[in-house]
Design a protein around this ligand. Structure first.
Ligand SMILES: Cc1cc2nc3c(=O)[nH]c(=O)nc-3n(C[C@H](O)[C@H](O)[C@H](O)COP(=O)(O)O)c2cc1C
Length: 162
């Protein structure tokens, strides 16, 4: 399975999340992962349709970054995408949900979205946020490949756990 993590970042926060998604994917298995920053020049960008699964990430600055939205909407109907975003407010979350609807109405298979809240004055992310985003990468890939995650394996060790 060929996986692309395409992101845009102004200050490096979304890049930090993209790196965490990659760690999560690699925890699930030895997958071929390409990580690429989306360029404002459309012709410099990879073709997202060449990949089996695309993780798409972007910050919210009033709205989810438009380059990220344009890139995602280049996907053909039926293509699989999972979207992660970072912002400080409910407005950011709503913008992500609006983008999810736009993908779905084009017939793109938007598997899951995740919004990480971050205060602009806070440097970096909390351990909880990083582990959520790593878990996001691991969970999506594991589910698609029908393999159990580390967390599932831990749970199955608990006697009687269903
Ligand atoms: C000028 C400006 C406007 C912003 N507007 C919003 C907003 O409307 N909603 C929101 O959730 N976050 C907003 N943010 C917060 C950014 O999404 C946040 O700083 C994010 O971490 C930036 O990611 P990046 O480092 O990858 O560029 C804004 C940040 C800036 C600097």
């Amino acid at each position: 399975m060929k996986i692309l993590i395409a992101y845009y970042s102004n200050f490096g926060n979304t890049f930090e999340l993209a790196s965490a998604v990659k760690r999560g994917i690699l925890a699930a298995g030895d997958f071929e992962v390409t990580i690429s920053k989306i360029s404002p020049k459309k012709e410099n960008n990879l073709d997202p349709n060449q990949f089996d699964l695309v993780f798409l990430g972007g910050p919210v600055v009033f709205e989810l970054n438009s380059q990220v939205r344009d890139f995602g909407l280049r996907l053909s109907p039926g293509k699989k995408v999972a979207v992660f975003s970072v912002g400080l407010s409910k407005v950011g979350f709503e913008s992500l949900k609006k983008f999810e609807s736009a993908l779905v109405s084009k017939g793109i298979n938007c598997i899951e979205t995740i919004f990480i809240k971050k205060n602009v004055f806070q440097k970096g992310f909390s351990e909880i946020s990083i582990s959520r985003i790593e878990g996001f990468g691991e969970k999506i890939v594991s589910r698609l490949m029908n393999i159990s995650t580390k967390r599932d394996k831990e749970k199955s060790k608990i006697k009687g756990y269903k």
